[in-house]
Write a protein that binds this ligand. Sequence first.
Ligand code: WT7
Length: 659
Amino acid sequence: MSDGPALSNLSTETRHFDPPAELAENANVTAAAYDEAKADRLVFWETQARRLEWTTEWDEPLQWEPPFAKWFVGGELNASVNCVDRHVEAGNGDRVAIHWEGEPGDTRTVTYADLHREVCKAANALTELGVSQGDRVMIYLPMIPEAVVAMLACARLGAPHSVVFGGFSSDALRNRIDDTGAKVMITADGGYRRGKASALKPAVDESIEGTDVDKVLVVRRTGEEVPWTEGRDLWWHDLVDGQPETHEAQAFDSENPLFILYTSGTTAKPKGILHTTGGYLTQAAYTHHAVFDLKPETDIFWCTADIGWVTGHSYIVYGPLANGATQVMYEGTPDTPHKGRFWELVQKYRVTIMYTAPTTIRTFMKWGDDIPDGFDLSSLRLLGSVGEPINPEAWMWYREHIGHDKAPIVDTWWQTETGAIMVSPLPGVTSTKPGSAQVPLPGISVDVVDESGSPVGNGGGGYLVISEPWPAMLRGIWGDDQRYKDTYWSRFADMYFAGDGAKKDDDGDLWLLGRVDDVMNISGHRISTTEVESALVSHPKVAEAAVVGASDPTTGQAIVAFVILRGSASEAAEDDPDAGEALIQELRQHVSKEIGPIAKPRQVMLVPELPKTRSGKIMRRLLKDLAEKRELGDVTTLNDSTVMDAIGDKVAAGSSGED
Ligand code: WT7
């Protein structure tokens, strides 16, 4: 490693967009919030905590024994009451909570009064199954309203839920059951994905053998036949539907566990990230109010994430419902039955705020502009992005083709571990820059430091850290305090290290540069994958790119790029190998020109797909194996295991432009 900066700062971006005047004038949060938080961070968070209904007021806002935090100590509340009952009591029972759309086109409209009734019945049902405070409950469901109901019913009983994404295998499910020690599982016969009924119950049966699970509650969604174990398996409609429609909720301590959610590290055993009640709900609700500028009476919010990820927990369930929002929930994939499905839903429900991931945006870029252009998207007034760095060109495409140059984009940086958004523009305040997550939210202390933990100045690159405890922070890794300390708090003294590289531009705005594990070292220069990928995506023919550092006899590592072309460019390259070769050279030159010769890829491979995790993150590790012509490593977290074969075939057959 060189003694140079922790990460080179290669690209510059000069475009920026001021908030629309009308939005700024009526914004939920103004620049004053930064001053308030700076004056007294804890008082600021106490003010935000008062957005919730507490049965008992807290004694002190924070108890901090690094790295263990307690927020709103001594306070008591019920998360489910905050998300449901209080809206009904305020007279908003008729407001739609969820416009649900099944993939086959069936729909359900769930008002807050409906949600209240269903959550109460489900809480009574779980009580009948013996669930009470502290018991862990597994949830393995498709994107149907019962998923929300099940989570809120658990929260109502003070029983932490652990939701497992429906696309995970029975092995993944079993590991999580074992780790939580859950006794009850809530699942469904199946759900609809890509036009087909996809079964869930057989995976559940496999996963629970030999575990402590002795009750399985099964929602009927597809109507397909399922394997059944009498005495253990119960239909949701048999047990829940007949329950009393009210349920007296008990208040729980602010630090009562609310959920355990597993993050799948690419190789190591998944970590059970523990979140508790008062602090988590405070920050989820505040950030949803501040970052999305939500007006509960008029906005239609749509977060496209699955409920099995933290984005679904915080911005489908807890944040929006605590704020009394009306939202869209969609069961299926964006290309079923056609590639305009998302835009058809925006048009149908007049969605005003949309929150999605860069991988989805780049997929739409690949499919072509004409698809969204064919729908009326004029209702959209605010757009959000989360999950990966968003390339400036993907940001611009989102702005032009989805936001029609009027809706501001908020690029929100956070993690399963942080529980809620940490770094983001405020839509009524910040002049947004394509590709930058920009500034820590009011009350959040984030910095970029060098190897030794000293803050880098503007223009410098390094490691993203969080320097003060925050309300929605993880309270630990379930059952493993030592791993919690080692993973997050050992790299720098008294600072949480997030694992991400970042830089500060000349204005002090933050640019996320990807996981530091992915950083490349080219002739002693540490170069982030993100900047090279963004340079590639800035070429008009490129939809998506992933780069890796492959070992190289001269430079230590050399950059190998995997590129997906946009619709028509892809066909042209496919039809004419010479044109493909010329384009490869053009792309190498393009990177060299955009960010400098040091970043010029040694090879560029045109590929049909990229390997991604189930939550849509590019798995560079596998591409590195391919670039170094090694046996592929563990592919079990891949979303689609055939993708690597398709890329491997392309790579074996084609030229890559190596000098
Ligand atoms: C990692 C956390 C946060 C909910 C979904 C992902 C990356 C997330 C951004 C962003 C650049 C981002 C980071 C982070 N990430 N948002 N706006 N810009 N990178 O949650 O699965 O826990 O992943 O996702 O690398 O550490 P997660």
